[in-house]
Ligand binder design. Structure first.
Ligand code: IMP
Ligand code: MG
Length: 177
């Protein structure tokens, strides 16, 4: 058990479990996107660790770009995405794969997708490490999912609880109190 800020968390997905699954996702992307013009757009901060491990296993030519949005505070999603900042590459006519840490309600990713769609990419898919089907109420289900998980708050491997816990090498879930 570990403590992050005022909450206790227990081990949930080990480094090995994550690494094995990330390899499978990378293999799928290498197959599905060969002969395409793939651009990975990594959503900071949460997806940094996942993206790093995933992209190391990508063997096809690709571009990598990073964007930032602000929509989340503490343990409640505010459901607001004001803008996508930092995209310094043209995605028009390219095959975009958005890399996200977690899709919870789906509000964030829905808005990001809409904003990027206006640049007219050839295709646009979402690759998320984690997906919470019970919390999801969007209309854009991620095409590439690492793990579907219960509706429990998780930290580690890039995911934070009030900005702490991102450095943990594996994923922990909140301990029922
Ligand atoms: P959504 O708009 O509700 O899908 O929320 C997506 C964002 O909320 C993610 O990019 C995360 O930053 C954050 N988030 C949602 N659930 C969790 C969680 O269990 N742990 C940490 N961050 C979370
Ligand atoms: Mg995030």
């Amino acid at each position: 058990m570990i403590q992050v800020n005022d909450k206790y968390f227990e081990s949930y997905l080990s480094e090995e479990t994550i690494s094995n699954r990330v390899s499978v996702l990378a293999d799928n992307i290498n197959n599905d996107y060969k002969n395409k013009n793939v651009v990975f757009i990594v959503i900071l901060n949460g997806a940094f660790m996942f993206a790093s491990d995933l992209i190391k296993k990508i063997t096809i030519p690709c571009e990598v770009s990073f964007v930032k949005l602000s929509s989340y505070h503490g343990m409640q999603t505010t459901g607001r995405v004001d803008e996508v900042i930092g995209l310094n590459t043209s995605i028009t006519g390219k095959d975009v794969v958005i890399i996200e840490d977690i899709v919870d309600t789906g509000i964030t990713i829905g808005k990001v997708k809409k904003l990027l769609q206006s640049s007219q990419p050839a295709s646009l898919s979402i690759c998320t490490l984690l997906f919470k089907p019970e919390a999801f109420h969007g209309d854009i289900i991620p095409e590439i999912i690492g793990f579907s998980i219960p509706n429990d708050f998780v930290v580690g491997y890039g995911l934070d609880y009030d900005e702490k816990g991102r450095n943990l090498p594996c994923i922990y879930k909140i301990k029922a109190s």
